[in-house]
Write a protein that binds this ligand. Structure first.
Ligand code: C2E
Ligand code: CA
Ligand code: CA
Ligand code: CA
Length: 280
């Protein structure tokens, strides 16, 4: 049993060493990608207005085409970028590129209500990184009321009072604020009333169970009632089925996002999607 223990330990440490090496390699590759500037790309997922059944907004979602690792989905590098602080320059690139693309849409006559951009907790943690975001917005040429930042519940839960101050300063500029993945564990429900936000996004994990699961129905309906009560707009994400769409429309969601309407698209395909959605 002593041997076995030792073996286990050595397996464990091999795994750890391998993991640490992979992390180090990926961190180095991310740094190079930031310098190179041409390995990141923004895809855009359409958000459909329940009222008009046309696209009324988009969410920017980053993609990384690494020469070493191939196409890396954000789920595989955003957390590392946050831990290493690299999310700060990456996030600024996302905001700049997203707003540049949105301006291009406007110039080509594609009028959307807003563009949504994901902002990491790390980017909102100190005055400098917050100021950097505001500078990009101010210099972008896009009116702030066409810009929505998606923030997470965990950011708010970390330090509610600090979060309120930061969020209010974005609201003062006219920027919209959505709470992403609402209801997934940090109970911002209890202080939603105090938060200067404009929208909540119902997480895919709730939508997945609709319209069959009683639990999903109960959770979704309470989130919707709460949001309505505070006058917030509601987006449902991860909508894949017509039955989910029908349910959410009946519950008076404002906006639907999900594969039912479209996957995230490269910018050029987004333009085609917008033109055909807005034409009819
Ligand atoms: P998220 O912000 O919750 O974005 C929604 C994710 O769900 C996207 O995955 C999207 O492709 C996926 N999705 C949307 N509709 C459906 C659907 O109907 N079915 C299924 N199965 N999936 C759907 P993606 O693009 O892989 O992004 C994953 C996460 O990575 C995002 O989750 C977000 O937390 C993060 N992320 C992506 N881009 C950025 C970024 O620019 N900055 C930051 N900080 N995080 C980002
Ligand atoms: Ca999001
Ligand atoms: Ca989300
Ligand atoms: Ca989600």
């Amino acid at each position: 049993s002593k041997d076995k223990g030792r073996n286990n330990y050595s397996f464990y440490s091999d795994d750890l060493a391998e993991y640490a090496q992979k992390r180090a390699d990926m961190t180095a590759a991310l740094k190079l990608a930031i310098e190179a500037g041409d390995q990141f790309e923004l895809y855009y997922q359409p958000k459909t207005s329940v009222l008009t059944h046309k696209i009324d907004a988009v969410e920017a979602l980053i993609r990384w085409r690494s020469p070493n690792f191939g196409m890396v989905p954000p789920g595989q590098f955003i957390a590392l970028a946050e831990e290493t602080g690299l999310i700060v320059p990456i996030g600024l690139w996302v905001l700049k590129q997203g707003l540049r693309d949105f301006l291009e849409l406007q110039r080509e006559g594609i009028q959307l209500e807003h563009i949504s951009l994901n902002v990491s907790n790390v980017q909102l943690r100190n005055d400098e990184t917050v100021a950097a975001l505001k500078d990009v917005i101010a210099a972008s040429g896009v009116a702030p009321d066409h810009i929505e930042l998606e923030i997470t519940e965990s950011y708010i839960a970390d330090d509610v009072n600090h979060a309120i101050g930061v969020l209010q300063s974005f609201r003062d500029m006219g920027v919209g604020l959505a709470i992403d993945d609402f209801g997934t564990g940090y109970s911002s429900m209890s202080y939603l009333k105090k938060l200067p936000v404009t929208r909540i996004k119902i997480d895919k994990s709730f939508v997945d169970g609709l319209p069959g699961s009683e639990d999903s129905i109960t959770l979704t309906n309470s989130v919707i009632a709460l949001a309505k009560n505070f006058g917030l707009a509601i987006t449902a994400e991860g909508v894949e089925l017509e039955s989910q769409l029908v349910f959410l429309e009946q519950q008076c969601c404002d906006q639907i996002q999900g594969y039912y309407f479209s996957k995230p698209l490269p910018f050029n395909e987004l333009k085609d999607y917008c033109r055909s959605s807005l034409k009819h």
